[in-house]
Design a protein around this ligand. Structure first.
Ligand SMILES: *Cc1c(COP(=O)(O)O)cnc(C)c1O
Length: 453
């Protein structure tokens, strides 16, 4: 076992291929459905929104997909990312467990999201796309894609949820620094946005509405604009697997192998990227790691949602997929982990949970902030409010070890830093934060709106 605190990989160890878990899924994938007909989609339908190279990745069953050299060159601006042993946190908790964390907050925009923004911009450029459209909640995805589009000389329109646009201006400014256009959604630029505003002039917006607007602009552009999504889809999770592949090498450097791994889940991309290489080791190479998805109690798609076909957006324009869902009309409560407020979950993550290959736990907001403070005061890093869910579950596991005396090895993914989220910490420090459980009646009501497949 190594005495080191940080485990750094040389650039030559940057993965040459992404891992495609479709090759090893223990259950066959469910079809993706056209939202109008509820029949399986044709590549033609998807090609209005995405370049063919990404559609082929979406349905590929090859285990390894080579990372294009121009993408690897840009990855080298921040990858390989460091893995740390949280020695000071272990001491503070007085636990016999060994705690490791992989840190994705070292990317230029402070999260894991550029791992897929860069290849998505690359493949679009290669296919002749002139501009991309997308949505963003708190602005993390918007800033990652704005950076990537700038690198590949593509225009970008970002539909940003209005309440975040007004309350969290800094990421909006970051997006503009990279040269992209940002609009507060709902806007009057789209038919769907205008219909929302006609009914609710003061609508604060939602991720589901912003997705509908960005999809509509791409679909109506006659082919010049394509749409880009920052999570949920198979190819997005696959691009993120550089995280887990690097972590496997770094655990080898540490001379240990994790008994438990944890990552937070909004749409499932940092979780899939961190966990899928470990799922492969479980399924194919005789390992037996407990793999846990950590989600907010206020947006509990995996722990309290239904595994069913549902629309990906509010306006029912995005494809219908089988996933754990709280219903496409889900109105997210205002918790501070903005990136975790989506009604659904990545189909691959949902299928693995449903099949018992991975587990899920939900965490109330106050517990996540308590865990974040313990982590910050021991390790120095201020985590993104999303990432605090992973820390909280890692702490639960470490405290179980303290009770039982077990020396488990726990590894979690720290998906980003929280430097743009200080208002949330300020509210916590002033005692203004509350717990919120999503009401069971609201879930039952939303289930009546599921498409009848
Ligand atoms: C967007 C975001 C998330 C949630 O998205 P996933 O697709 O579930 O990973 C988590 N952490 C950070 C820092 C994010 O920016």
């Amino acid at each position: 076992m190594s005495d080191n605190t940080k485990f750094l990989l040389d650039e030559s160890k940057l993965p040459k291929a992404w891992y495609n878990i479709n090759a090893d899924m223990p259950v066959p994938p469910e079809p993706v459905l056209n939202p109008q007909t509820l029949e399986p989609v044709t590549p033609d339908f998807l090609s209005v929104l995405f370049p063919m190279s990404l559609i082929m990745q979406e349905i590929s069953t090859e285990a390894q997909i080579e990372i294009p050299e121009p993408v690897r060159e840009i990855y080298k601006l921040w990858r390989p990312t460091p893995m740390f042993r949280a020695r000071r946190l272990e001491l503070a908790l007085d636990t016999p467990a060994h705690i490791y964390y992989k840190y994705e907050g070292v990317s230029p925009v402070g999260s894991h999201k550029p791992n897929t923004a860069v290849p998505q911009a690359f493949y679009n450029k290669e296919a002749g796309t002139k501009a991309l459209t997308t949505e963003t909640g708190a602005g993390q995805w918007g800033s990652a894609l704005a950076m990537a589009c700038n690198f590949f000389d593509l225009d970008l329109e970002v539909y940003m949820v209005k309440v975040s646009y007004n309350q969290k201006p800094y990421r909006r400014m970051v997006i503009e620094n990279y040269g992209a256009e940002v609009y507060a959604s709902p806007t009057d630029r789209t038919q769907y946005g205008r219909s929302v505003l006609a009914e609710h002039p003061d609508s604060p917006g939602s991720l589901g509405i912003a997705i509908s607007e960005a999809v509509e602009v791409a679909a109506m552009s006659g082919g010049s604009k394509k749409y880009s999504l920052g999570s949920v889809l198979n190819h997005v999770l696959m691009h993120q697997t550089v995280i887990g592949e690097e972590t496997l090498l770094q655990m080898e450097m540490a001379g240990e192998y994790p008994d438990v791994i944890v990552a937070c889940t909004g749409g499932g991309s940092n979780f899939g990227g961190f966990a899928f290489p470990f799922v492969r080791e479980n399924l194919k190479n005789g390992k037996n790691t407990t793999i846990i998805a950590a989600e907010p109690a206020a947006s509990p798609s995996l722990t309290r949602g239904t595994y069913a076909f549902d629309y990906g957006d509010t306006a029912k324009m995005a494809p219908v997929v089988k996933m754990h869902t709280l219903g496409h009309g889900f109105v997210p409560p205002t918790i501070h982990a903005g990136g975790l407020r989506y009604h659904g979950m990545a189909p691959q993550v949902s299928a693995l949970v449903n099949n018992g290959d991975i587990q899920a736990q939900s965490v109330p907001q106050l517990e996540t902030f308590e865990a974040a403070m313990a982590f910050t005061r021991a390790e120095g890093i201020i985590p993104a409010p999303e990432s605090t869910h992973a820390i909280a579950v890692a702490l639960r596991e470490a405290m179980k070890c303290k009770e039982s005396g077990e020396k488990k090895v726990i590894a979690f993914n720290l998906s980003g830093h929280g430097h743009f989220d200080m208002a949330a910490y300020d509210a916590y420090n002033k005692g203004q934060l509350e717990d919120y459980e999503y009401p069971a009646e609201a879930i039952a009501e939303a289930m009546k709106e599921l498409p009848k497949v």
